[in-house]
Design a protein around this ligand. Structure first.
Ligand SMILES: Nc1ncnc2c1ncn2[C@@H]1O[C@H](COP(=O)(O)OP(=O)(O)OP(=O)(O)O)[C@@H](O)[C@H]1O
Ligand SMILES: [Mg+2]
Length: 237
């Protein structure tokens, strides 16, 4: 499988603090990759760098072989959409209004309607609540809305920042299944950032373990789940 998203030697500083040092990994086309690590490891910083929200000191990011310029909007133009940490929905707008905001780069009305139907297919709860204010959704439903909004851009690469955060285990399992269906059904490349290593690695073809800004280990999701080091550090065994 050719790589759809490539990160090479990515280094990011926040003022005097180095958040990432020489991070490199690949996400193959149409697959799910899990980027796992504990609080402050630098996971969200990787996503911010891809989206041009922080400027790397060094390193390159390519999508479909094309270099992503380090400015906001550049990744979106190459087909990358982000469901950010903390969801960032417009609480007073309805579920459907939030979803449609994700499609502002899609000029074809019919394509937007079709994608909306697909999103409702993946998340029937959102369809049931489409006229409800997004701020009144439960945590799990808000997460679904944030993922749905990112999907509305019809991305080739979907970035998900901690979809399991603050969500009941049963909903995490449901979200995991839906993420898998989305990747399979739409042939979409997914970079799944998670502190919940168990959930993320069990879905992922490729896993990357980030520790204090560096890649500690990579392997298939299954290899990492079975690794004693990972089990001790991230899975509480
Ligand atoms: N805007 C910022 N200014 C200064 N330091 C920052 C900023 N954003 C992040 N950092 C620091 O960079 C490091 C990496 O943060 P990042 O948010 O990427 O971690 P993370 O792996 O996403 O953690 P979490 O799982 O808690 O979301 C942390 O030490 C954090 O304090
Ligand atoms: Mg984070």
């Amino acid at each position: 499988m050719p790589s759809d998203l490539s990160i090479r030697e990515l280094t990011v500083n926040y003022g005097p603090v180095r958040a990432l040092h020489g991070v490199s990994f690949d996400v193959p086309e149409g697959q799910i990759a899990a980027l796992v690590g504990s609080n402050g490891a630098g996971k969200s910083t990787v996503l911010k760098a891809i989206c041009g929200l922080v400027e790397p000191v060094e390193g390159t990011i390519t999508v479909g072989g094309e270099a992503v310029a380090p400015k906001p909007g550049a990744a979106l133009r190459l087909g990358v959409a982000l469901s950010p940490e903390g969801r960032r929905l417009f609480g007073r707008l309805t579920v459907e209004e939030n979803l449609m905001m994700g499609a502002y780069t899609v000029s074809d009305r019919r394509a937007r309607r079709e994608m909306l139907e697909r999103v409702y297919g993946y998340f029937p709860r959102l369809q049931e609540r489409k006229r409800q204010a997004a701020g009144s959704l439960s945590g799990g439903e808000q997460q679904m809305c944030a993922i749905g909004r990112a999907l509305m851009a019809q991305p080739r690469v979907l970035l998900l920042d901690e979809p399991s955060l603050g969500i009941a285990p049963i909903i995490v399992a449901e979200l995991g299944r839906i993420i898998e269906q989305i990747s399979r059904g739409l042939g979409m490349t997914v970079l799944l950032v998670e502190q919940n290593a168990q959930m993320a690695l069990s879905l992922a073809a490729t896993g990357i373990v980030l520790e204090t800004g560096s890649v500690k280990l990579t392997g298939t999701g299954h290899e990492l789940l079975a690794s004693p080091e990972i089990r001790a550090a991230y899975l509480g065994h």
